[in-house]
Design a protein around this ligand. Structure first.
Ligand code: NAI
Length: 292
């Protein structure tokens, strides 16, 4: 594996903070960048709380937790990414915003730096096309929450170099993850299957087939899902679910992927799930980003 001394993580929302934590726990220095200072503060607090939970469980010493936290430098300045060997982007799931960022990063970072995206569904080829280094662009899709979930889905673009794939695979394994690889099609593997199911669950609720509680209970006890799908949608973020459905609908062109009007209505109302305190369910306690 190429020598990775510094990892840049872009976006300190629920995914970015978990990815930053994973990298720091693996002993790698992290630069965490977000355009919002309050998101950065919240992200750092999320990492701090998560590490403390590991200390309480006896899985980490206080000294190790302090050392880990000290490895994460946070800033709103994108230029600070210039020291990174690998960037893992985890900003909002919007193709235009991500492409703009990738083209800026391309100018700022070192020639050997790999640009990885945690996108749930956006084409890696399209993100790569915004740069002059398409062979160094790759999808590195973590599951939520990153410190706990064991999977990383790696997505190669048409130009991604073999060495870049090998480096990112080795990095994911250093984080303790199992890797699966996907071709660059909308939703890749996991969300191609999961999101239409979640969308169908919204249709089930929308058409009055059952209550949210009975739908979730049915899927938990009837199909051994650890979380009900509506609970899971709130956990992922309803805005993220809607963005992915739009990408599947647009990219695969079939009406079966059309987002359920009820999902659209929730997002329009600002009911984004746990992170906003309300989604399909209400969350009275302040959300902790689901991070352990
Ligand atoms: P989030 O909404 O919690 O966080 C996004 C963060 O990006 C925010 O803090 C925002 O301030 C920041 N941001 C937005 N535009 C920016 C820019 N131009 N420059 C710097 N920072 C910017 O989102 P979340 O859930 O963490 O998702 C992030 C990415 O990870 C998305 O691509 C999403 O599809 C993907 N993902 C999400 C999963 C989930 O369960 N929520 C699971 C796996 C992947």
């Amino acid at each position: 594996m190429a020598d990775i001394k510094v990892i840049g993580v872009l976006g300190s929302g629920q995914m970015g903070l978990g990815i930053a934590q994973l990298a720091a726990v693996a002993g790698i220095s992290v630069v965490l960048v977000d355009s919002s200072d309050s998101a950065l503060q919240k992200g750092m607090q999320g990492i701090r709380s998560s590490l403390q939970r590991f200390v309480k469980k006896g899985e980490l010493t206080q000294e190790a937790a302090n050392d880990t936290l000290a490895k994460v430098k946070h800033t709103t300045s994108l230029k600070e990414m210039s020291s990174a060997d690998v960037i893992i982007e985890a900003i909002v799931e919007n193709e235009d915003v991500k492409k703009h960022l990738f083209s800026e990063l391309d100018r700022i970072v070192k020639p050997h730096t790999i640009l990885a995206s945690n996108t749930s569904s956006i084409s890696i080829n399209r993100l790569a096309s915004a740069t002059r280094r398409p062979h160094q662009v790759i999808g590195m899709h973590f599951m939520n929450p990153p410190p706990i979930m064991k999977l990383v889905e790696i997505v190669r673009g048409s130009a991604t170099a073999d060495g870049v794939f090998a480096t990112i695979k080795a990095l994911a394994e250093r984080f303790g993850k199992t890797v699966i690889r996907s071709q660059d099609y909308p939703g890749f593997i996991v969300n191609r299957i999961l999101m239409p199911m979640i969308n169908e669950v919204f249709y089930t609720l929308y058409t009055g087939v059952a209550t949210k509680e009975d739908i979730d209970c049915g899927m938990k006890l009837g199909t051994s899902h650890p979380m009900g799908p509506l609970e899971l949608a709130d956990f992922i973020g309803l805005d993220v679910c809607l963005s992915i459905m739009k990408i599947l609908h647009h990219g695969l062109g079939e009406s079966k992927y059309s987002p359920c009007p009820l999902l659209v209505q929730y997002v329009d109302a600002g009911y984004l799930g746990r992170k906003s305190g309300k989604g399909v369910y209400s969350y009275h306690a302040p959300p902790n980003n689901g991070n352990p």
